[in-house]
Design a protein around this ligand. Structure first.
Ligand code: CP
Length: 308
């Protein structure tokens, strides 16, 4: 197996195309072997992984837990509200204590962009970013790209539209880094108030017209409106957002026959996507969730599988 040169997984901005493909190839291997993995394959036996989640999560936390257990390691999950952070302890002190308790890796979800980077400079154990504010969500983008590769055959030259609340989306940022490094043609689409103003000046393809954005796409990646990060209203109402930028079933006729629809979840039915499309054969939303286990197995194995 090729060498892995990163101590932590902080974002796709910091990985090369080769690194990304190495994770995806290993995830594919785990997926193909899932039914054959025996106790002898307890690749992370004796390792202890701590999930430190300071924001709510269903998919990411559970997938990391299943991935850890599938590789024979122990996993302990701590939610923010149940930790001593609520008693005034700093994140640094929490992490130092988790390290003292024998953690081999810390998986961190936090509302502050850059907090995983900061922790990685303070503790010795690998840090896995499970979403830091509106900055990055690398394991989500890796499972999205894994699913795209599985469905489209390759990423190079594929037209991918990321639609919705780009401004506050860590999923959009990580996917943008990952997809462009692998040679995709990415279009960012949504209302101008939810697209960072510098994007167009960087030469990134931007669209504020829904039909234009979706009609030639091989894949459309929808994003939830991140109400929890917005300080002000960025559009008049959810009804109007949905009318202008929601993927309604009436737009199905503009989609390519083979186009697929992705969403990192949680989905808001009737806002960014109609139920009928979310549950249609074009949707790969639940396949993304399932693939999240194999991608996270690969991440954990590369980071802690070969350290004692
Ligand atoms: N996609 C995602 O991060 O979902 P959770 O918030 O449920 O982990």
């Amino acid at each position: 197996m090729k060498e892995w040169h990163h101590n932590s997984l902080l974002g796709l901005e910091y990985l090369s195309a080769e690194d990304i493909n190495q994770i995806l190839d290993l995830a594919k291997d785990f997926k193909e072997r899932v039914d054959d993995l025996s106790p002898a394959d307890n690749l992370l036996r004796g390792k202890r992984v701590i999930n430190l989640f300071m924001e709510p999560s269903t998919r990411t936390r559970i997938a990391f837990e299943i991935a850890t257990k599938s590789l024979g390691a122990d996993v302990i999950s701590i939610m923010g509200e149940a930790s001593s952070l609520t008693k005034g302890e700093t994140l640094h002190d929490t992490a130092m204590n988790v390290q003292a308790l024998g953690a081999h890796a810390i998986i961190l979800r936090h509302s502050s962009p850059g907090s995983p980077l900061l922790l990685s400079q303070m503790v010795q154990v690998p840090i896995i970013n499970a979403g830091d504010g509106s900055h990055e969500h690398p394991s989500q983008a890796l499972l999205d790209i894994f699913t795209l590769r599985e469905k489209l055959g390759s990423i190079e030259g594929k037209r991918i539209t990321i639609l919705g609340d780009i401004l506050f989306s860590r999923v959009a940022r990580s996917n943008f880094w990952g997809l462009t490094k692998l040679g995709a043609n990415v279009t960012l689409a949504g209302p101008s108030t939810l697209l960072p103003s510098e994007v167009a000046s960087l030469g990134i393809k931007v669209s504020h017209n829904l039909q234009d954005a979706i009609e030639s796409a091989d894949a459309i990646m929808l994003l939830r409106i991140q109400h929890e990060r917005q300080q002000a209203s960025h559009f008049p109402s959810l009804t109007e957002y949905s009318k202008m930028f929601g993927l309604s079933k009436s737009l199905n006729k503009f989609l390519q026959k083979e186009a697929i629809i992705l969403h990192p979840g949680p989905i808001n039915r009737g806002v960014e996507i109609d139920s009928e499309l979310a549950d249609s054969s074009k949707s790969v939303i639940l396949q993304q969730v399932a693939n999240g286990i194999f991608v996270r197995m690969a991440i954990l194995y590369l980071l802690i599988g070969r350290i004692s």
